[in-house]
Design a protein around this ligand. Structure first.
Ligand SMILES: C[S@@+](CC[C@H](N)C(=O)[O-])C[C@H]1O[C@@H](n2cnc3c(N)ncnc32)[C@H](O)[C@@H]1O
Length: 206
């Protein structure tokens, strides 16, 4: 793949089933220098497009594997483009996160690109025919002793006002993602007074 001097590691969301693969995911799976999957389930989703390499992350050894793979990718992503495929979407509780952290420790120059996929969150709500119309808690099962460290606010037309409210709840870092995939796409860290209806505000506790 012609990398044009760019070091690139893709995290590709492959959804939970072959039918969830997006056009962009298929394109990158076809073109990358190597495709890696973290197990048999992901292998089965991707294999019709291209046979990937399996790197397993066994319970208790995940960190060790992530470190080893991170070292490899830090060296290879200098002149290769590697695609790491995740079940669902890479931003939710994925092995890819650990791989990215380890890769960047070895080589902070590696550029990361994430291709979203259909997550188990969307898919399970769709199966259950449940609509989200207000706030929602998203957590792993240790939620009893943890507080939300991330808030995602849709319809964020008044980002400054919303951020002010969230600051009172302990949120400290804000990102506004406006008009995604449109000509006017903007990703802002300083909250403007007003934004378009197609805006998502993401707030983090540090
Ligand atoms: C390590 S997390 C990965 C989540 C994934 N990145 C996503 O976006 O859905 C694994 C969890 O996702 C959920 N999950 C993944 N595949 C699923 C499936 N086919 N059916 C039900 N839940 C699933 C389960 O809660 C599982 O414990």
């Amino acid at each position: 793949m012609d990398v044009g001097g760019v070091s690139l590691l893709y995290g590709i969301g492959i959804g939970l089933h072959k039918s969830h693969l997006t056009l962009r995911a298929i394109e990158i799976i076809n073109e990358a220098d190597e495709v890696i999957v973290p197990g048999k389930m992901a292998y089965n989703i991707v294999a019709d497009v291209r046979k990937p390499r399996i790197v397993e992350f066994p319970m208790g050894y995940g960190n060790k594997v992530a470190k080893k793979l991170g070292k490899e990718l830090a060296n290879r992503c200098v002149n290769e483009q590697i695609a790491f495929c995740c079940l669902g979407d890479p931003v939710f509780y994925s092995t890819f996160h650990h791989v990215v952290v380890e890769t960047l420790k070895f080589n902070p120059e590696v550029e990361i690109e994430i291709i979203p996929g259909i997550s188990s969150i969307s898919a399970s709500l769709a199966k259950a025919k449940i609509f989200v119309k207000d706030s929602m808690v998203l957590t792993a099962q240790n939620f009893v002793d943890s507080y939300p460290s991330l808030a995602v606010v849709l319809k964020a037309k008044n980002p400054e006002k919303v951020a002010k409210k969230l600051k009172k709840e302990g949120f400290k870092e804000f990102v506004l993602v406006e008009n995604m995939y449109m000509d006017e796409e903007r990703i802002l860290k300083d909250m403007p007074e007003e934004a378009s209806y197609f805006s998502v505000l993401i707030a983090k506790k540090l």
